[in-house]
Design a protein around this ligand. Structure first.
Ligand SMILES: [Zn+2]
Length: 81
């Protein structure tokens, strides 16, 4: 997670509907994911990494939302059974 204001410019696959911008500032720690989606032609409308205060999300133009959650550590096999 990055601090609020730590952003990276991402090139969208389509200009934003209202501003017409093609480059937008995205939270740096999820910028590569947002860029990958847009590079693949998946239109995103917003994103936030959560900034360590909650889950992050990436909203898509089709109305769906991708949630960004921390990866749970994989369970270690128990040896005492
Ligand atoms: Zn972040």
């Amino acid at each position: 997670m990055c601090k609020w204001g730590d952003t990276t410019e991402v090139r969208l696959c389509k200009p934003k509907r209202f501003s017409g911008k093609i480059f937008v500032a995205v939270d740096s720690c999820i910028a590569s994911i947002v860029q990958a989606l847009n590079s693949a032609g998946i239109e995103t409308t917003g994103s936030c990494c959560g900034h360590d205060k909650g889950r992050g999300s990436i909203t898509l133009a089709d109305g769906r939302e991708l949630l960004i959650t921390p990866c749970e550590p994989s369970p270690t096999p128990r040896t005492d059974e």
